[in-house]
Design a protein around this ligand. Structure first.
Ligand SMILES: [Zn+2]
Length: 427
């Protein structure tokens, strides 16, 4: 939107001086992710009285600063955010809190040290190989996908070829020389880093895209697909066991990080990815018929997660909320399995510790989802997180995968086998 359209959504608020105070250049296009939220905001401006607004804003300032203030503030914030909402009983050791804060505020500085210690060049080379093998596999699947029209396939291939993978860490690390840090002014340090971060972000307005910029810090145990830049990123933090291990055999790496690579790539070609073209522009490249056929496949996974018993007195997942991520997991593990077969080059995989290559692949996949939540945290996630709970990312996904059933000789009627007519499939 331009400023005029935003002003129309909420005329009472002085957007012009708000943006000027934040040093946003005039005539900047503004991304309003949730226009409805701005409409509600306008209503509240009229409804709530000034004293109420002031109290709320004051409370927000204290709340946001609570973790940087003295112990009573820190403890109170922990009680609500962690204990009440997530069931956490005990605060983390101080060094962990400090390491997390450094990662959040000066991520590249910590990342540079982390990468030197935990991510050798050989790991980057091996990861590149995995990514390219997954890309070749997805190219084959796109070419033979019966639910995409021919013209759509051409666009899909164009998009896949333009995919930009980022592995481990940025080419250049950011310099924080201008951020004043002192050993006895914690609150000021945090503020200085936050101000520097905002200036860094605002300075990008009007400049060409910088591929060196990452959306996650190097030590982060996560990965992402960014449709605006058509890129997939895997920070060094996730390129550690059990996701990735230079010394492990291919089955373990394809089953773990391979499935994550497939998951992230898949986001470029799902209901959301279909709205962004190869160059990252907001362009729908699916026909209505493509979308309809995708929706049919998506409905299968919605039905599955709506009915999958979570147990423990917790509600089931909201199938609609987790559709994209659950489909991403299913597509990801399917692609990774095919890529693994491809990497074998027709030779049989060795048996290791009594497990076949196929079995090790699926064991590695299940292991990355071995994570526990307290019941409070699980309940919160079920209601708000578009990802299914980790345990169900293994169970819910593999119930649909015939290659898994075959690897472990599961039969129809076994708990991990969905009846064939109910098995979901994307690729
Ligand atoms: Zn995802």
């Amino acid at each position: 939107m331009d400023l005029a359209s935003l002003e129309k959504l909420s005329p009472t608020f002085d957007w012009k001086s708000f943006l000027a105070n934040h040093r946003v250049p005039a005539a900047t296009t503004i991304i309003v992710s949730e226009p409805k939220a701005i409409e509600q905001f306008e209503q509240q401006l009229a409804k709530a009285d000034l004293a109420q607004w002031k109290a709320w804003l004051r409370w927000n300032i204290v709340r946001n600063a609570a973790t940087e203030l003295s112990k009573p503030f820190f403890d109170e914030d922990f009680t609500f955010q962690q204990t009440v909402l997530n069931g956490v009983k005990e605060q983390r050791p101080r060094w962990q809190t400090c390491a997390t804060a450094t990662d959040n505020l000066l991520g590249d500085a910590l990342g540079e040290v982390f990468v030197k210690k935990h991510f050798p060049p050989e790991a980057k080379r091996r990861m590149n190989e995995l990514v390219e093998n997954l890309r070749i596999t997805l190219r084959e699947e796109l070419a033979k996908a019966d639910w995409l029209e021919d013209s759509t396939k051409q666009n899909a291939l164009k998009k896949l070829n333009a995919f930009y993978p980022k592995i481990g860490y940025p080419e250049r690390f950011r310099d924080y020389a201008e951020v004043p840090i002192s050993s006895n002014t914690y609150f000021q340090n945090v503020r200085a880093a936050a101000i520097s971060e905002r200036q860094y972000e605002l300075a990008k307005i009007g400049k060409p895209l910088d591929r060196n910029d990452w959306g996650m810090t190097p030590p982060t145990v996560n990965a992402y697909y960014n449709p605006l830049q058509n890129e997939i990123a895997f920070p060094a933090g996730i390129l550690q066991p059990p996701f990735f291990d230079l010394n492990a055999d291919d089955a373990a790496n394809y089953g773990a990080i391979g499935a994550v690579i497939g998951h992230e790539m898949g986001h470029g070609f799902d209901d959301q990815g279909s709205k962004y073209a190869a160059d990252g522009s907001l362009t729908n490249w699916w026909t209505d018929a493509d979308r309809k056929r995708f929706d049919t496949r998506a409905q299968c996974i919605i039905d599955e997660f709506n009915t999958l018993e979570v147990g423990g007195g917790l509600p089931n997942h909201n199938g609609k909320l987790v559709t994209g991520e659950a489909l991403g997991d299913l597509g990801g593990v399917t692609l990774a399995f095919k890529a693994y077969q491809r990497s074998l080059n027709g030779k049989p995989a060795p048996v290791i510790d009594g497990f076949t290559g196929e079995q090790r692949f699926f064991l590695a996949f299940a292991r990355i989802w071995a994570r526990h939540f307290r019941p409070e945290a699980a309940r919160l996630r079920i209601q708000t997180d578009p990802h299914p709970l980790d345990r169900f990312r293994a169970i819910g996904t593999l119930q649909n995968v015939p290659e898994f059933h075959k690897a472990f000789q599961c039969k129809l009627g076994d708990p991990m086998v969905r009846p064939p007519e109910k098995q979901c499939k994307l690729w």
